[in-house]
Design a protein around this ligand. Structure first.
Ligand SMILES: C[S@@+](CC[C@H](N)C(=O)[O-])C[C@H]1O[C@@H](n2cnc3c(N)ncnc32)[C@H](O)[C@@H]1O
Ligand SMILES: [Mg+2]
Length: 241
């Protein structure tokens, strides 16, 4: 049997681990992720209701479902997924993030299974697999996507988000956001960004079918919104063929 190589780039784990302490501060180093949370929860909720033909008025559409959030940071997505009823596992490359995530969930009274491992170390299969704003930071995107696919139960749903590789994403995320310190400097390597076509190709090679691609846009007036344009950042949902 071939050993799965790690998808974790140690420099990335160190970079994000150093941000752990103020991860839950809406004005801290992860402020951008806090701002993203409402729109992406809306996207995930709609994808979940569509995939499982759910009741969009239910408070717990994920009751009875298992969820794996890969690259969970200190748990900004895991906690709402748990409140929506899922039995949540969150994994991250940075042990510091996992420690903060565990402490925060305990305070909130949420039972979330947090582990400092890469996706290649997971053995179980999950109904919902999410990985938001992570793949642009991994060492081996193809291996990472294979790991996500292997963690997805038959009949399951995978949701990803990531910046596109465009002049706009370079300007907005690196020149402006990192240039002004709104996102910590050195967070992104534009050359590692994937286009929707690149990501679709990786997902298909891992045996999945893409069922939706939706842009995530930003304007000073509205903040982050779902958008017809994928130029800045985008969501992808996929399922097993
Ligand atoms: C930009 S943050 C996104 C955090 C979270 N998904 C969110 O959107 O709120 C990227 C996270 O991915 C983690 N990470 C980077 N490479 C990873 C890998 N190969 N496997 C698991 N986590 C990884 C980092 O430690 C960091 O916490
Ligand atoms: Mg990023």
């Amino acid at each position: 049997m071939m050993m799965a190589s790690s998808t974790i780039d140690p420099r990335e784990a160190q970079h994000f681990g150093a941000m752990a302490k103020d991860w839950w501060d809406p004005k801290g180093s992860s402020a951008m992720l806090h701002k993203l949370n409402p729109v992406r929860l809306g996207y995930i909720r709609a994808a979940v209701d569509l995939h499982w033909d759910g009741d969009d008025t239910s408070f717990t559409p994920l009751a009875g479902k298992t969820a794996l959030d890969v690259g969970c940071g200190a748990g900004l997505l895991c906690e709402p997924l748990a409140r929506l009823g899922a039995a949540v596992t969150g994994i991250d490359a940075a042990a510091e993030n996992i420690a903060v995530a565990q402490a925060h969930a305990a305070q909130a009274g949420l039972a979330i299974d947090y582990r400092a491992v890469g996706v290649e170390a997971m053995t179980g299969r999950f109904d919902l697999v999410t990985s938001l704003e992570v793949i642009e930071h991994v060492a081996d995107p193809a291996g990472f996507v294979r790991g996500l696919a292997e963690s997805l139960a038959d009949g399951g749903l995978l949701v990803l988000s990531t910046p596109n590789r465009t002049p706009l994403s370079r300007l907005a995320l690196i020149t402006l956001a990192e240039g002004t310190g709104r996102i910590p400097r050195g967070t992104h390597d534009w050359d590692k960004f994937l286009t929707p076509e690149d990501l679709t190709d990786l997902l298909e090679r891992a045996g999945l079918t893409v069922t939706d691609v939706q842009g995530l846009g930003f304007s000073p007036a509205t903040g982050f919104v779902l958008s017809g344009s994928t130029q800045l950042d985008y969501f992808v949902t996929a399922k097993r063929v």
